[in-house]
Write a protein that binds this ligand. Structure first.
Ligand code: PAF
Length: 273
């Protein structure tokens, strides 16, 4: 496995290899969710690149950029054991200069839900993903369904900028008790971790209602909010899979999304119905 920190070196190496390349973009602190992205990439690609870069532009002022978990040694071991070919591990000044050109998230879909709680967050995500795509020039890129809005906006960028990469959505990985894996789970103390289980319970409740034929969005959202009490809810929303408002769940084309604050930790999750 190679560890490359320079853009030019990575570009040259990938050009020489001339293989089908899969990119797994990450911010490190790798867990089984990332492993699942890597496994999917390994199945479909001849060469797998994992980027590890805590992207400063997607953090708002006062957010947890400085305390974002960093586990370089463990991350390298995980990548090595899972057969990753290249880790791209750049410093911030390798990726960003001054007076930068930026990619802007769309006005509506980029500024609702997570984009409303964190205005500008998706500008940073799209900008860095655009750069990573230009550096690696991957045939396939792998993103978790847990960050459904991010996945939707990246797919939109690829479509609207006519980019030559196939976006592969990968299912959310959960602990056996239902908690979705997230690098932020390590911030939770034991009591908060128990509280956090209300998130998957609320989603489970939504899917139970739908399977009973109760498909009215307002009814489901009311019930979910009850299950989530007393957590501070950022949003509970049910949308079509292209993130448009809907009054009724349409099976095969709906997403149920939740974001709550557990203590000071923002956790999000969703299910695709
Ligand atoms: O999902 C993430 O870890 C990040 O938002 C991403 C896609 C690596 C961009 O920094």
């Amino acid at each position: 496995m190679r560890i490359i920190s320079k853009v030019r070196e990575l570009k040259e190496y990938l050009k020489e290899q001339n293989k089908i390349v899969g990119l797994v973009p990450t911010m490190g602190a790798l867990h089984d969710g990332h492993l699942s992205l890597i496994k999917n990439a390994k199945k479909e690609c001849e060469l797998v690149v994992v980027s590890i870069f805590v992207n400063p532009t997607q953090f708002l002022k006062g957010e947890d950029l400085d305390k974002y978990p960093s586990r370089d040694k463990a991350d390298k071991k995980i990548c090595e054991l899972s057969g990753v070919d290249v880790i791209f591990l750049p410093q911030a000044d390798e990726i960003y200069g001054d007076d930068e050109v930026k990619v802007l998230a769309p006005n509506i879909r980029g500024f609702t839900l997570e984009g409303a709680s964190r205005p500008g967050h998706f500008n940073g995500v799209l900008t860095v993903v655009n750069k990573l795509f230009n550096i690696v020039n991957p045939d396939f890129a792998y993103f978790g369904k847990k960050d459904a809005q991010q996945l939707n906006l990246i797919s939109l960028m690829v479509e609207q900028f006519f980019m030559n990469v196939v976006i592969v959505p990968v299912d959310t990985v959960r602990e056996s008790d239902g908690l979705a894996l997230s690098s932020r789970n390590i911030y939770l103390c034991a009591d908060q971790r128990i509280d956090a289980l209300k998130i998957s319970s609320s989603l489970y409740e939504a899917s139970k209602m739908v399977s009973r034929g109760d498909v009215q969005v307002d009814d489901i959202k009311r019930k979910m909010s009850k299950v989530l009490e007393p957590l501070e809810i950022s949003y509970v929303e049910i949308l079509s899979r292209d993130f448009k408002a809907t009054k009724r769940v349409e099976i095969g084309n709906s997403i149920v999304l939740v974001e709550v604050l557990v203590g000071t930790t923002r956790l999000l999750d969703n299910i695709w119905l």
